[in-house]
Design a protein around this ligand. Structure first.
Ligand code: DON
Length: 579
């Protein structure tokens, strides 16, 4: 039986833990690493896959009524911000990849949070110049960047929406007013984070009413959120970037336990940025996604472009040699990511997907054993090369991924976040949590005198690992996929693409299969699954292994000549719905 154990920090009581394990354990036994997952969801016209059934149903209603993928995303995100408030919402940021069937074009929108103009590279340094402790930096106003999600919702609708904007909030407003049952996952997250959620009285009042953590099934209402959505429905996203709701955000940040720097001017100046999709070749297809400030598409792209030169299909999912190739390709890509990748509006970057460069990197994989050490490469620059120092990366569970294909063939892949579970733990009076996205910057400004590319700068966007992806073949989408998971997102997405494209797994099997993730040398193997059984083989190849929970939240939709095939990650609460 394939069992997925959740991160121990979330497991507040043994009974809750057992219930959680039962709730998320995929059905069926495994034959090696190929899961006997539930049958995938299939449909002819449209499909939506998201992390909560109420949110997916809101999107399905829009699609059923003929709305576009962009319309459905607005409805899904509005509900997610209510029912999964620990993961994403109006106080956060998101990246969106959109295929517009009418024009055959693929576009990405960057709705990433932005550092306030008053921020300096020393934001997360103590008076002694030491890096702040991670949690000291996360909890409070200092970590809050200018939110991007509300404006991204509006921008996507402005470009690709066909349904009336104001109607897209109906489900979320109804649920916020009438109440909805607290999900198991939210209840567990609250219990596990009770101490930090108690730092700010407004946050505690919502998640620990009367001092008791929300319980699974308890009806939760959020009238302030309903009011915010009503304002957004009537006035557009501006309702959050100026006026009363914006003033509430700034007051919450500045009045937080650790006051932050966000100002009304930062909110008023916020812009969603359109960027060219970043695409890498894989088996004759193009794996396309979000470029900087996300490292997602570049790192997934490097991994796959290196692997494209090896025959993973012949090796199969149970072969340690396949995992040596995947693991070391990933380590090589992460070395480049650590050194070079950051917000390219602030930091020049080399061409990390240069074909000849990656062909050379791929040769490094041709041995028999794990690479003893892995260094960043020297990709070509069209700018004088910078002498940069690698930065640190710390990310913990939250975040959500939405995949949608509509009846006209438009496809949307969006990963959305407030960064940490419950973000900064600062509650805006508009009824939502504010992000802690600024802790995705490097806390250190320099290392040994060399600047870190991902250091804080005013107006800069912190490097992300989010990898909303659309795989294109012959100019049309064939797979829409993405996941939460901090910097392991990259491994989850790359593995699921390999599982689907090399090992022939349908989207449900591809997202369910046990995870093996290698970023910096140690191989993370998913606890309680067949992946853990590969430990001796991987150790014999020279890897250190660490058996642990690997909490992805992959949502995938394959677009095939016979219709749409979807899968939702059994590790979270999501579903795929299609008709
Ligand atoms: O942008 C990023 O890469 C992170 N802030 C995402 C955080 C995340 O996925 C947390 N994980 N489960």
């Amino acid at each position: 039986m394939l069992r997925v154990l959740l991160a121990t920090t979330l497991l507040a009581t043994p009974a809750l833990a057992q219930e959680a394990a039962d709730a998320v354990a995929p059905e069926g036994a495994t034959a090696g690493l190929t899961p006997e997952a539930a049958a995938p969801v299939t449909s002819q016209d449209w499909m939506v896959a998201a992390a909560n059934p109420l949110a997916a149903e809101a999107g399905a209603r829009v699609l059923r009524e003929g709305g576009s993928a962009a319309d459905a995303m607005v409805a899904v995100q509005a509900v997610l911000g209510l029912v999964e408030p620990q993961s994403s919402g109006l106080g956060g940021g998101a990246f969106l990849v959109y295929y517009d069937a009418a024009t055959g074009t693929l576009t990405t929108l960057d709705g990433r949070e932005t550092a306030p103009m008053a921020a300096t590279p020393k934001l997360f340094l103590t008076e002694d110049g030491e890096r702040m402790g991670f949690w000291d930096a996360v909890v409070g106003g200092l970590s809050v960047g200018t939110p991007g999600t509300p404006m991204l919702m509006e921008e996507a609708h402005r470009r690709w929406g066909t349904a009336s904007w104001s109607g897209l909030f109906d489900d979320a407003i109804g649920l916020a007013e009438d109440g909805f049952p607290t999900s198991l996952r939210l209840a567990m997250a609250v219990t596990g984070d009770a101490e930090r959620l108690s730092v700010h009285p407004e946050t505690a009042a919502y998640f620990l009413p009367g001092g008791t953590p929300l319980q699974k099934g308890e009806t939760l209402r959020n009238p302030a959120y309903a009011d915010t959505l009503r304002a957004m429905a009537e006035q557009g996203a501006d309702a959050l970037y100026e006026g009363e709701i914006a003033e509430g955000i700034v007051a919450a940040v500045r009045g937080a336990a650790q006051p932050g720097l966000l100002s009304l001017e930062d909110l008023a100046a916020y812009k969603v940025v359109e960027r060219e999709a970043v695409c890498a070749p894989y088996h004759g297809a193009e794996v396309c996604g979000m470029g900087p400030p996300s490292s997602g598409a570049l790192t997934v792209g490097q991994i796959l472009a290196m692997l494209d030169r090896y025959d993973l299909a012949a090796l199969g999912p149970d072969s340690p040699e396949a995992w040596r190739l995947i693991g070391d390709a990933s380590r090589l890509a992460f070395a480049d990511r650590g050194l070079y990748m950051a917000d390219s509006d602030f930091v020049p970057m080399p061409d990390l997907l240069d074909e000849a460069y990656l062909a050379g990197r791929a040769v490094l994989l041709s041995g028999d054993m794990a690479l003893e050490s892995v260094e960043p490469g020297t990709p070509p620059w069209d700018h004088a090369a910078l002498d940069l120092a690698p930065g640190l990366d710390l990310s913990l569970p939250s975040t959500s991924h939405i995949s949608i294909v509509d009846a006209d063939g438009n496809a949307l892949s969006m990963t959305t976040t407030i960064e940490n579970g419950f973000g900064s733990r600062v509650w805006a009076p508009g009824g939502f949590l504010l992000n802690n996205e600024l802790t995705d910057f490097s806390f250190a400004t320099h290392d040994d005198g060399r600047p870190v590319a991902n250091r804080v700068e005013p107006g800069k966007r912190p490097r992300s690992s989010m990898a909303p992806t659309i795989v294109m073949r012959d100019g049309a989408p064939v797979l829409v996929i993405g996941s939460p998971g901090g910097s392991r997102i990259i491994g989850y997405v790359a593995q699921a693409i390999v599982a689907h494209m090399d090992w022939g797994m349908d989207p449900q099997a591809a997202v369910s299969m046990p995870h093996l993730v290698n970023r910096f040398g140690t191989y993370d193997l998913e606890e309680g699954t067949a992946a853990a059984a590969l430990a001796p083989d991987l150790e014999a190849l020279g890897y250190e292994v660490n058996v642990r929970g690997l909490n992805s939240g992959l949502h995938a939709i394959a677009v095939t000549p016979d219709g749409l095939i979807g899968g939702a990650d059994p590790r979270r609460e999501g579903v795929a719905i299609g008709e």
